[in-house]
Write a protein of this length. Structure first.
Lengths: 267, 222
């Protein structure tokens, strides 16, 4: 379990604990303790949120029951962007601070972010068909989310073609940072180009324009999905650390066998 | 320092123009793509002239992407990349020289050939020069964004499709403003200069960001 510090925490402490976590063994212990909590909170929030979204939130006066797609669509969109941002911060961690877990965090985040981008696109298509009359339009926001999804796929592809993890990590970090230009474009696309997708209605100047009866389920679900994504991220990071250990052990074993073979054959 | 820069530039230009260099291959590929389009769409000249700028831009984009994976890989294979890395010339300038050579041997010929290929897609005569101009100022962006992608995969033995996959999503803004400037030239509601200047800006940004990112990537891959 986590130990509580008695001393008031200061900045040096925070830095120290970040460095502590850089040790993969400590990270494994820390994440093992944290994981059930994250998963539990996410299950709880998702259960409450889904109940509210299905049974409590009213149907929209114009859109009817299809408004409920929003409760998955919007959190997925937020998380797709959040995970890209997380990857960009990890990329800085890899390139600037050389934090040993940064590229692990980045590698683990890519498929999760890609999934949320895909969920966002698919639910958007299902919502678009009854509301706009089409599954897909080349609207600025739809297009930029699709490009985000493609960048995710490119990042995953680059991870897969470079087999040496630390080198792959640095290459992907550079690509991630270059691709980050797309994130502000997605956020502001609905303001810059006045096309079909509606402008922001939750995070906007002057407060949310969405009714509280729908806002609360949305926020609870968004939080629930966030905890779910973070839990999945921790699991993926742990799996990646294990995978690297196996890789290192395999290489060491191969080297040992090589040495044995060299000793067995007299020169 | 400028001698080393010019030496790299000259070497890449010579390599690209000699047999097997691939400089003229991009041009032939461009021609092939533009020729294929009427077969796919049907020889309706009205339709072709309307989407002509888009065809030319798409052809140029694919022609630039297709040869990118060899930009640094061939240097990595024969060891000259190690020499460039260890020389006194800053790696950024070396990348700039290589990117410039790439543009001179692919982007520039494509832009110059565009009016000729414009005839095939029934581009109006007064649009030839503006479309060519958009390719002229837009293709450097493709070369330098591409250089960053190529640098990331320099050490790969089997690059192949990965570079176009990495680079293509990043070229979307260039394509958008390139085509909208070209379309503005054949008549439209927006003035030609607005998207054209944004295209110029994108090229300048790519020149700086692409060069630096490629240099960082090549250093990391050591």
């Amino acid at each position: 379990m986590l130990k509580l510090r008695r001393r008031p925490r200061d900045f040096a402490d925070d830095m120290a604990s970040l460095i502590d976590l850089a040790n993969p063994t400590r990270f494994m212990r820390f994440s093992a303790a944290l994981l059930p909590w994250l998963a539990g909170v996410s299950v709880l929030l998702l259960a409450v949120g889904l109940y509210l979204a299905w049974f409590v939130a009213p149907a929209d006066y114009q859109q009817g029951e299809t408004i409920r797609i929003m409760f998955v669509h919007v959190p997925a969109a937020w998380l797709a962007l959040m995970f890209y941002t997380l990857m960009a911060v990890s990329a800085l961690g890899t390139l600037v601070w050389r934090h040993p877990l940064a590229d692990v965090a980045q590698k683990a985040a890519a498929p999760i972010g890609a999934c949320f981008a895909l969920i966002c696109l698919l639910t958007g298509a299902f919502w678009g068909k009854p509301m706009w009359g089409t599954y897909w339009v080349w609207d600025a926001r739809l297009t930029s989310v699709l490009v985000l999804f493609l960048i995710y796929l490119g990042i995953i592809a680059l991870w897969r073609v470079l087999d040496e993890p630390s080198r792959a990590g640095r290459a992907v970090a550079i690509l991630t940072l270059i691709g980050f230009v797309n994130v502000p474009i997605i956020k502001f696309s609905v303001d810059w180009w006045n096309t079909l997708h509606q402008p922001a209605s939750v995070l906007r100047v002057g407060g949310p324009s969405i009714h509280p009866s729908m806002l609360w389920p949305l926020l609870i679900l968004a939080l629930g999905f966030t905890f779910l994504a973070l839990a999945l991220h921790l699991v993926a990071m742990r799996a990646e650390i294990m995978r690297r250990r196996v890789r290192t052990l395999t290489i060491l074993e191969a080297e040992r066998l090589d040495r044995l073979a060299a000793q067995a054959v007299p020169a | 320092m400028s001698r080393a820069f010019l030496a790299i530039l000259q070497r890449d230009l010579v390599l690209a123009t000699r047999a097997g260099g691939g400089g003229e291959l991009a041009l032939v590929f461009f021609l092939t793509l533009v020729v294929l389009v009427p077969f796919a769409l049907g020889p309706d000249l009205n339709l072709l002239s309307r989407i002509g700028p888009a065809i030319l831009w798409l052809g140029a984009l694919l022609s630039v992407l297709i040869g990118l994976d060899r930009l640094f890989q061939s240097d990595e294979d024969d060891g000259s990349l190690d020499l460039i890395r260890s020389s006194a010339l800053p790696l950024e300038l070396a990348v700039l020289a290589k990117g410039l050579a790439h543009w001179l041997t692919t982007g520039l010929p494509l832009a110059l050939a565009a009016p000729l290929l414009g005839l095939l897609v029934a581009l109006p005569a007064e649009a030839m020069l503006p479309v060519s101009a958009t390719l002229l100022v837009g293709t450097p962006a493709l070369s330098f964004i591409g250089a960053a992608g190529a640098a990331l995969t320099a050490s790969l033995r089997r690059g192949g499709l990965i570079v176009p996959i990495l680079v293509a999503p990043l070229t979307v803004p260039v394509l958008i403003f390139g085509v909208s400037a070209a379309n503005a030239a054949i008549g439209g509601t927006i003035p030609f200069l607005t998207p054209f200047l944004i295209l110029c800006a994108l090229s300048l940004i790519a020149l700086v960001v692409g060069t630096i990112a490629a240099a960082v990537a090549l250093r990391q891959a050591e």
